[in-house]
Design a protein around this ligand. Sequence first.
Ligand SMILES: Nc1ncnc2c1ncn2[C@@H]1O[C@H](COP(=O)(O)OP(=O)(O)OP(=O)(O)O)[C@@H](O)[C@H]1O
Ligand SMILES: [Mg+2]
Length: 415
Amino acid sequence: MRKKRPKIITGLDIGTTKVCAILGQIDDDGQLSILGVGSNPSLGLKKGMVVDIEATVDSIQKAVRKAEQMAGVSVKEVYVGIAGGHITSQNSKGTVEVQNPIRGVTEQDRQRALERAKDYIKLPKDVEIIHAIPQEFVVDGQPGIKNPVGMSGTTLEARVHLVMAAITSASNIVRCISQAGLRTCNILLESLASSLAILGDNEKDLGVALIDIGGGTSDVGIFAGGSVKFSGVIPLGGDSITNDVAYGLKISRYDAENIKKKYASALVDSVGPDEVLEISDVLKGAANQVSRRFLCEITEARLEQIFMMAKQMIDASPVKNKIYGGVVLTGGTSLMHGIAELAERIFEMPAKVGMPQGLKGLSGVVSSPIYSTGIGLVLYGLTNQPLNPHYYSNGNVFRKLSYNFKKLLDWYLWE
Ligand SMILES: Nc1ncnc2c1ncn2[C@@H]1O[C@H](COP(=O)(O)OP(=O)(O)OP(=O)(O)O)[C@@H](O)[C@H]1O
Ligand SMILES: [Mg+2]
Protein backbone atom coordinates (compact mmCIF):
# COMPACT_ATOMS: atom_id res chain seq x y z
CA MET A 1 0.00 0.00 0.00
CA ARG A 2 1.30 3.45 -0.93
CA LYS A 3 2.09 5.58 2.07
CA LYS A 4 0.11 8.80 2.39
CA ARG A 5 2.03 12.07 2.26
CA PRO A 6 2.51 13.81 5.60
CA LYS A 7 0.36 16.88 6.11
CA ILE A 8 2.12 20.24 5.74
CA ILE A 9 1.14 22.84 8.30
CA THR A 10 1.72 26.60 8.11
CA GLY A 11 2.30 28.67 11.23
CA LEU A 12 1.84 32.41 10.76
CA ASP A 13 3.38 34.64 13.40
CA ILE A 14 2.08 38.18 12.88
CA GLY A 15 4.55 39.98 15.14
CA THR A 16 5.08 43.68 15.73
CA THR A 17 8.42 43.70 13.93
CA LYS A 18 8.07 40.83 11.46
CA VAL A 19 5.45 38.62 9.91
CA CYS A 20 6.80 35.12 9.58
CA ALA A 21 5.33 32.09 7.83
CA ILE A 22 6.79 28.65 8.61
CA LEU A 23 5.88 25.45 6.79
CA GLY A 24 6.56 22.15 8.47
CA GLN A 25 5.66 18.49 8.47
CA ILE A 26 6.37 15.47 10.63
CA ASP A 27 8.89 13.13 8.99
CA ASP A 28 8.93 9.33 9.13
CA ASP A 29 11.08 9.41 12.25
CA GLY A 30 8.53 11.58 14.08
CA GLN A 31 10.63 14.75 14.00
CA LEU A 32 9.41 18.13 12.81
CA SER A 33 10.98 19.02 9.47
CA ILE A 34 10.94 22.67 8.34
CA LEU A 35 10.21 23.00 4.62
CA GLY A 36 9.92 26.76 4.16
CA VAL A 37 10.39 30.00 6.07
CA GLY A 38 9.32 33.44 4.88
CA SER A 39 9.80 36.59 6.88
CA ASN A 40 8.81 40.15 6.06
CA PRO A 41 8.96 43.37 8.10
CA SER A 42 5.65 43.99 9.82
CA LEU A 43 4.38 47.51 9.26
CA GLY A 44 0.75 47.28 10.35
CA LEU A 45 1.01 46.38 14.05
CA LYS A 46 1.52 48.34 17.26
CA LYS A 47 2.18 46.60 20.55
CA GLY A 48 1.06 43.26 19.14
CA MET A 49 -2.22 44.52 17.67
CA VAL A 50 -3.23 45.21 14.08
CA VAL A 51 -3.59 48.96 13.48
CA ASP A 52 -3.31 48.97 9.68
CA ILE A 53 -5.13 46.18 7.85
CA GLU A 54 -3.74 46.96 4.40
CA ALA A 55 -0.11 46.99 5.55
CA THR A 56 -0.61 43.78 7.53
CA VAL A 57 -2.24 42.00 4.57
CA ASP A 58 0.70 43.04 2.41
CA SER A 59 3.24 41.71 4.96
CA ILE A 60 1.32 38.43 5.29
CA GLN A 61 1.22 37.91 1.53
CA LYS A 62 4.93 38.61 1.14
CA ALA A 63 5.97 36.35 4.02
CA VAL A 64 3.73 33.51 2.85
CA ARG A 65 4.93 33.85 -0.74
CA LYS A 66 8.57 33.56 0.34
CA ALA A 67 7.82 30.44 2.42
CA GLU A 68 5.83 28.92 -0.46
CA GLN A 69 8.67 29.48 -2.90
CA MET A 70 11.15 27.88 -0.54
CA ALA A 71 8.97 24.84 0.10
CA GLY A 72 7.59 24.53 -3.44
CA VAL A 73 4.00 24.22 -2.21
CA SER A 74 1.04 26.55 -2.07
CA VAL A 75 -0.43 27.64 1.25
CA LYS A 76 -4.18 27.87 1.74
CA GLU A 77 -4.66 27.89 5.49
CA VAL A 78 -2.68 28.99 8.51
CA TYR A 79 -2.47 28.70 12.27
CA VAL A 80 -2.02 32.17 13.68
CA GLY A 81 -0.96 33.71 16.99
CA ILE A 82 -2.59 36.45 19.05
CA ALA A 83 -1.03 38.81 21.62
CA GLY A 84 -1.40 42.41 22.80
CA GLY A 85 -2.07 44.29 26.01
CA HIS A 86 -5.77 43.34 25.81
CA ILE A 87 -5.01 39.71 26.70
CA THR A 88 -5.97 38.70 30.24
CA SER A 89 -6.31 35.37 31.98
CA GLN A 90 -8.14 33.94 34.94
CA ASN A 91 -8.63 30.54 36.52
CA SER A 92 -12.20 29.38 36.96
CA LYS A 93 -14.20 26.31 37.93
CA GLY A 94 -17.58 24.84 37.07
CA THR A 95 -19.49 22.02 38.73
CA VAL A 96 -22.23 19.84 37.19
CA GLU A 97 -24.20 16.77 38.25
CA VAL A 98 -23.13 13.70 36.27
CA GLN A 99 -26.15 12.88 34.09
CA ASN A 100 -26.03 9.11 34.52
CA PRO A 101 -23.88 8.17 37.55
CA ILE A 102 -24.27 4.44 36.82
CA ARG A 103 -22.77 4.80 33.35
CA GLY A 104 -20.15 7.24 34.66
CA VAL A 105 -18.85 10.58 33.41
CA THR A 106 -19.38 11.13 29.69
CA GLU A 107 -17.78 13.54 27.22
CA GLN A 108 -20.99 15.59 27.38
CA ASP A 109 -20.64 15.91 31.17
CA ARG A 110 -17.05 17.04 30.66
CA GLN A 111 -18.12 19.66 28.11
CA ARG A 112 -20.94 20.92 30.37
CA ALA A 113 -18.52 21.34 33.28
CA LEU A 114 -16.13 23.29 31.04
CA GLU A 115 -18.99 25.50 29.83
CA ARG A 116 -20.08 26.11 33.43
CA ALA A 117 -16.54 27.21 34.31
CA LYS A 118 -16.68 29.66 31.44
CA ASP A 119 -20.06 31.05 32.56
CA TYR A 120 -18.70 31.51 36.08
CA ILE A 121 -16.91 34.76 35.21
CA LYS A 122 -18.46 38.03 34.11
CA LEU A 123 -17.07 39.33 30.84
CA PRO A 124 -17.16 42.90 29.55
CA LYS A 125 -19.16 43.13 26.27
CA ASP A 126 -16.12 43.67 24.06
CA VAL A 127 -14.11 40.76 25.46
CA GLU A 128 -14.24 37.10 24.52
CA ILE A 129 -12.81 33.87 25.89
CA ILE A 130 -10.32 32.50 23.36
CA HIS A 131 -9.00 29.53 25.34
CA ALA A 132 -10.56 27.48 28.12
CA ILE A 133 -7.75 25.08 28.95
CA PRO A 134 -8.63 22.29 31.39
CA GLN A 135 -6.22 22.10 34.32
CA GLU A 136 -7.77 19.20 36.16
CA PHE A 137 -11.11 17.65 37.03
CA VAL A 138 -12.57 16.80 40.42
CA VAL A 139 -14.92 13.80 40.63
CA ASP A 140 -16.93 13.56 43.89
CA GLY A 141 -14.32 15.65 45.69
CA GLN A 142 -11.31 13.74 44.36
CA PRO A 143 -8.95 16.23 42.64
CA GLY A 144 -6.06 15.76 40.21
CA ILE A 145 -7.95 13.91 37.45
CA LYS A 146 -6.70 14.63 33.92
CA ASN A 147 -9.52 12.94 32.01
CA PRO A 148 -12.70 12.10 33.95
CA VAL A 149 -14.56 10.41 31.06
CA GLY A 150 -15.55 6.87 32.04
CA MET A 151 -15.07 7.39 35.79
CA SER A 152 -17.85 6.69 38.28
CA GLY A 153 -19.20 9.65 40.20
CA THR A 154 -22.15 11.95 40.82
CA THR A 155 -20.57 15.42 40.61
CA LEU A 156 -17.93 16.68 38.22
CA GLU A 157 -15.94 19.86 38.66
CA ALA A 158 -13.77 21.32 35.89
CA ARG A 159 -10.89 23.64 36.79
CA VAL A 160 -9.86 25.69 33.79
CA HIS A 161 -7.49 28.43 32.75
CA LEU A 162 -9.40 31.02 30.72
CA VAL A 163 -7.65 33.39 28.33
CA MET A 164 -9.59 36.45 27.23
CA ALA A 165 -9.00 38.79 24.27
CA ALA A 166 -10.60 41.90 22.82
CA ILE A 167 -13.12 40.76 20.20
CA THR A 168 -12.02 43.42 17.69
CA SER A 169 -8.38 42.41 17.98
CA ALA A 170 -9.08 38.77 17.17
CA SER A 171 -11.45 39.60 14.30
CA ASN A 172 -8.89 41.98 12.78
CA ILE A 173 -6.38 39.13 12.60
CA VAL A 174 -8.91 36.84 10.91
CA ARG A 175 -9.87 39.66 8.52
CA CYS A 176 -6.25 40.28 7.50
CA ILE A 177 -5.67 36.60 6.83
CA SER A 178 -8.84 36.36 4.79
CA GLN A 179 -7.94 39.46 2.75
CA ALA A 180 -4.55 37.86 2.10
CA GLY A 181 -6.49 35.02 0.42
CA LEU A 182 -5.96 32.51 3.25
CA ARG A 183 -8.10 30.69 5.78
CA THR A 184 -7.55 30.79 9.53
CA CYS A 185 -7.53 27.26 10.95
CA ASN A 186 -7.13 28.38 14.51
CA ILE A 187 -5.84 31.17 16.73
CA LEU A 188 -3.45 30.48 19.57
CA LEU A 189 -2.15 32.80 22.27
CA GLU A 190 1.45 33.52 21.28
CA SER A 191 2.98 32.57 24.63
CA LEU A 192 1.25 29.18 24.42
CA ALA A 193 2.60 28.72 20.90
CA SER A 194 6.15 29.59 22.01
CA SER A 195 5.84 27.18 24.94
CA LEU A 196 5.12 24.31 22.53
CA ALA A 197 8.35 25.04 20.68
CA ILE A 198 10.72 25.45 23.59
CA LEU A 199 9.45 23.94 26.83
CA GLY A 200 9.90 20.25 27.53
CA ASP A 201 7.26 18.24 29.43
CA ASN A 202 9.60 18.05 32.42
CA GLU A 203 9.87 21.84 32.57
CA LYS A 204 6.09 22.25 32.36
CA ASP A 205 5.73 19.71 35.16
CA LEU A 206 8.38 21.27 37.37
CA GLY A 207 7.08 24.81 36.89
CA VAL A 208 8.57 27.59 34.75
CA ALA A 209 7.79 31.19 33.85
CA LEU A 210 8.14 31.74 30.10
CA ILE A 211 8.70 35.30 28.90
CA ASP A 212 8.63 35.94 25.14
CA ILE A 213 10.14 39.40 24.67
CA GLY A 214 9.41 40.44 21.09
CA GLY A 215 9.37 43.87 19.51
CA GLY A 216 6.05 45.25 20.77
CA THR A 217 5.03 42.93 23.60
CA SER A 218 6.47 40.70 26.29
CA ASP A 219 4.22 37.68 26.72
CA VAL A 220 4.27 35.97 30.11
CA GLY A 221 3.13 32.41 30.76
CA ILE A 222 3.45 30.28 33.88
CA PHE A 223 3.45 26.53 33.37
CA ALA A 224 3.23 24.09 36.26
CA GLY A 225 1.90 20.60 36.86
CA GLY A 226 2.02 19.99 33.09
CA SER A 227 -0.21 22.85 31.92
CA VAL A 228 -0.51 26.62 31.68
CA LYS A 229 -1.59 28.26 34.92
CA PHE A 230 -1.25 31.93 34.11
CA SER A 231 -0.90 34.10 31.02
CA GLY A 232 -0.55 37.82 30.52
CA VAL A 233 0.89 40.34 28.09
CA ILE A 234 3.04 43.40 28.85
CA PRO A 235 2.76 46.02 26.07
CA LEU A 236 6.52 46.68 26.01
CA GLY A 237 9.37 44.97 24.17
CA GLY A 238 12.48 45.53 22.08
CA ASP A 239 10.89 48.45 20.18
CA SER A 240 10.78 50.45 23.41
CA ILE A 241 14.49 49.76 23.89
CA THR A 242 15.22 50.94 20.34
CA ASN A 243 13.17 54.12 20.93
CA ASP A 244 15.03 54.79 24.17
CA VAL A 245 18.39 54.34 22.42
CA ALA A 246 17.34 56.65 19.55
CA TYR A 247 16.20 59.29 22.02
CA GLY A 248 19.14 58.90 24.39
CA LEU A 249 21.86 58.94 21.69
CA LYS A 250 19.98 61.38 19.40
CA ILE A 251 20.16 59.04 16.42
CA SER A 252 17.56 57.64 13.99
CA ARG A 253 15.50 54.61 14.97
CA TYR A 254 17.18 52.71 12.16
CA ASP A 255 20.67 53.39 13.54
CA ALA A 256 19.47 52.79 17.10
CA GLU A 257 18.15 49.35 16.12
CA ASN A 258 21.51 48.38 14.59
CA ILE A 259 23.58 49.75 17.46
CA LYS A 260 21.33 48.03 20.00
CA LYS A 261 21.74 44.65 18.32
CA LYS A 262 25.50 45.05 17.90
CA TYR A 263 26.69 46.73 21.10
CA ALA A 264 23.98 46.79 23.75
CA SER A 265 23.99 44.62 26.85
CA ALA A 266 21.45 43.98 29.58
CA LEU A 267 24.28 44.37 32.11
CA VAL A 268 25.99 47.74 32.44
CA ASP A 269 28.62 46.17 34.69
CA SER A 270 29.79 43.83 31.92
CA VAL A 271 31.06 46.87 29.98
CA GLY A 272 34.36 48.61 30.73
CA PRO A 273 34.32 52.37 31.55
CA ASP A 274 36.58 53.22 28.59
CA GLU A 275 34.66 51.48 25.82
CA VAL A 276 33.64 54.05 23.21
CA LEU A 277 31.34 53.76 20.16
CA GLU A 278 31.59 55.87 17.01
CA ILE A 279 28.10 56.83 15.83
CA SER A 280 26.86 59.38 13.32
CA ASP A 281 25.03 62.32 14.87
CA VAL A 282 21.81 63.02 12.96
CA LEU A 283 21.63 66.64 14.08
CA LYS A 284 25.25 67.61 13.50
CA GLY A 285 25.72 65.28 10.53
CA ALA A 286 29.09 64.24 11.91
CA ALA A 287 30.59 61.28 13.75
CA ASN A 288 30.10 61.30 17.48
CA GLN A 289 31.68 59.32 20.29
CA VAL A 290 29.42 57.70 22.82
CA SER A 291 30.31 55.71 25.91
CA ARG A 292 29.15 52.10 25.51
CA ARG A 293 28.26 52.10 29.20
CA PHE A 294 25.77 54.92 28.52
CA LEU A 295 24.13 52.78 25.79
CA CYS A 296 23.91 49.84 28.18
CA GLU A 297 22.49 51.99 30.99
CA ILE A 298 19.59 52.74 28.62
CA THR A 299 19.03 49.11 27.65
CA GLU A 300 19.42 47.74 31.16
CA ALA A 301 16.95 50.28 32.57
CA ARG A 302 14.22 49.38 30.06
CA LEU A 303 14.74 45.63 30.42
CA GLU A 304 14.69 46.00 34.18
CA GLN A 305 11.32 47.74 33.89
CA ILE A 306 9.93 44.95 31.67
CA PHE A 307 11.19 42.27 34.09
CA MET A 308 9.80 44.15 37.09
CA MET A 309 6.39 44.28 35.41
CA ALA A 310 6.63 40.56 34.64
CA LYS A 311 7.64 39.89 38.25
CA GLN A 312 4.65 41.85 39.54
CA MET A 313 2.37 39.78 37.28
CA ILE A 314 3.95 36.55 38.47
CA ASP A 315 3.87 37.57 42.15
CA ALA A 316 0.19 38.48 41.87
CA SER A 317 -0.68 35.10 40.32
CA PRO A 318 -1.84 32.25 42.55
CA VAL A 319 0.95 30.01 41.21
CA LYS A 320 3.95 32.17 42.07
CA ASN A 321 5.29 29.52 44.44
CA LYS A 322 5.19 26.77 41.81
CA ILE A 323 8.02 28.01 39.59
CA TYR A 324 10.70 25.53 40.68
CA GLY A 325 12.33 25.40 37.23
CA GLY A 326 13.07 29.15 36.93
CA VAL A 327 12.57 31.55 34.04
CA VAL A 328 12.87 30.78 30.31
CA LEU A 329 13.30 33.76 27.99
CA THR A 330 12.58 33.75 24.27
CA GLY A 331 11.61 36.16 21.44
CA GLY A 332 14.04 38.39 19.53
CA THR A 333 14.99 40.56 22.51
CA SER A 334 16.24 37.50 24.38
CA LEU A 335 19.23 37.64 21.99
CA MET A 336 20.45 40.67 23.96
CA HIS A 337 23.80 40.04 25.61
CA GLY A 338 23.52 39.36 29.37
CA ILE A 339 19.73 39.10 29.43
CA ALA A 340 19.59 35.78 31.31
CA GLU A 341 21.88 37.15 34.03
CA LEU A 342 19.70 40.25 34.44
CA ALA A 343 16.61 38.02 34.68
CA GLU A 344 18.31 35.90 37.38
CA ARG A 345 19.03 39.03 39.40
CA ILE A 346 15.48 40.36 39.19
CA PHE A 347 13.48 37.15 39.50
CA GLU A 348 15.93 35.65 42.01
CA MET A 349 15.80 32.30 40.28
CA PRO A 350 17.68 30.51 37.48
CA ALA A 351 17.07 31.89 33.98
CA LYS A 352 18.03 30.81 30.47
CA VAL A 353 17.24 31.61 26.84
CA GLY A 354 15.11 29.03 25.01
CA MET A 355 14.89 28.48 21.27
CA PRO A 356 13.42 25.81 18.98
CA GLN A 357 15.60 22.69 18.89
CA GLY A 358 15.61 19.15 17.53
CA LEU A 359 14.27 20.22 14.12
CA LYS A 360 15.09 18.84 10.68
CA GLY A 361 15.07 20.45 7.23
CA LEU A 362 15.79 24.17 7.40
CA SER A 363 16.55 23.93 11.09
CA GLY A 364 19.51 26.32 10.83
CA VAL A 365 17.24 29.12 9.66
CA VAL A 366 14.74 28.84 12.51
CA SER A 367 17.01 27.89 15.42
CA SER A 368 16.62 31.32 16.98
CA PRO A 369 14.34 32.66 19.72
CA ILE A 370 12.81 34.91 17.03
CA TYR A 371 11.04 31.85 15.58
CA SER A 372 9.71 30.26 18.79
CA THR A 373 6.13 31.43 18.17
CA GLY A 374 6.09 30.45 14.49
CA ILE A 375 7.48 26.97 15.17
CA GLY A 376 5.04 26.55 18.06
CA LEU A 377 2.14 27.38 15.75
CA VAL A 378 3.29 24.66 13.33
CA LEU A 379 3.52 22.18 16.20
CA TYR A 380 0.08 23.22 17.39
CA GLY A 381 -1.33 22.45 13.97
CA LEU A 382 0.51 19.14 13.72
CA THR A 383 0.16 17.60 17.12
CA ASN A 384 -2.97 16.25 18.60
CA GLN A 385 -3.69 19.12 20.94
CA PRO A 386 -1.29 18.79 23.85
CA LEU A 387 -2.80 21.99 25.24
CA ASN A 388 -6.31 20.80 24.63
CA PRO A 389 -7.72 24.30 24.22
CA HIS A 390 -11.39 24.87 23.56
CA TYR A 391 -12.80 27.71 21.61
CA TYR A 392 -16.03 28.91 23.04
CA SER A 393 -17.92 31.60 21.35
CA ASN A 394 -20.52 34.23 22.00
CA GLY A 395 -21.26 34.42 18.33
CA ASN A 396 -18.30 35.97 16.58
CA VAL A 397 -14.93 34.90 15.19
CA PHE A 398 -14.42 32.00 17.51
CA ARG A 399 -17.74 30.45 16.66
CA LYS A 400 -16.66 30.38 13.04
CA LEU A 401 -13.38 28.86 14.13
CA SER A 402 -14.88 26.15 16.29
CA TYR A 403 -15.80 24.09 13.23
CA ASN A 404 -12.17 24.06 12.21
CA PHE A 405 -11.09 23.20 15.70
CA LYS A 406 -13.33 20.14 15.73
CA LYS A 407 -11.91 19.18 12.37
CA LEU A 408 -8.44 19.64 13.78
CA LEU A 409 -9.09 17.02 16.41
CA ASP A 410 -9.92 14.53 13.69
CA TRP A 411 -6.84 15.21 11.67
CA TYR A 412 -4.24 12.56 11.25
CA LEU A 413 -0.62 13.26 10.59
CA TRP A 414 -0.67 10.78 7.72
CA GLU A 415 -3.65 11.87 5.73
N1 LIG B 1 20.72 40.52 18.74
C1 LIG B 1 19.72 41.21 19.27
N2 LIG B 1 19.90 41.90 20.41
C2 LIG B 1 18.91 42.61 20.97
N3 LIG B 1 17.66 42.68 20.44
C3 LIG B 1 17.42 42.00 19.32
C4 LIG B 1 18.41 41.23 18.67
N4 LIG B 1 17.87 40.66 17.56
C5 LIG B 1 16.58 41.08 17.52
N5 LIG B 1 16.31 41.87 18.56
C6 LIG B 1 15.03 42.56 18.85
O1 LIG B 1 13.99 41.62 18.89
C7 LIG B 1 12.77 42.29 18.58
C8 LIG B 1 12.00 41.44 17.61
O2 LIG B 1 11.72 40.21 18.21
P1 LIG B 1 10.59 39.24 17.63
O3 LIG B 1 10.89 38.91 16.22
O4 LIG B 1 10.47 38.13 18.59
O5 LIG B 1 9.35 40.23 17.72
P2 LIG B 1 7.90 40.11 17.07
O6 LIG B 1 7.43 38.72 17.18
O7 LIG B 1 7.92 40.71 15.70
O8 LIG B 1 7.08 41.10 17.99
P3 LIG B 1 5.92 40.83 19.09
O9 LIG B 1 5.97 39.39 19.46
O10 LIG B 1 6.25 41.73 20.20
O11 LIG B 1 4.66 41.24 18.42
C9 LIG B 1 13.13 43.65 17.99
O12 LIG B 1 12.86 44.66 18.93
C10 LIG B 1 14.64 43.50 17.75
O13 LIG B 1 15.30 44.76 17.89
MG1 LIG C 1 6.44 37.62 18.69
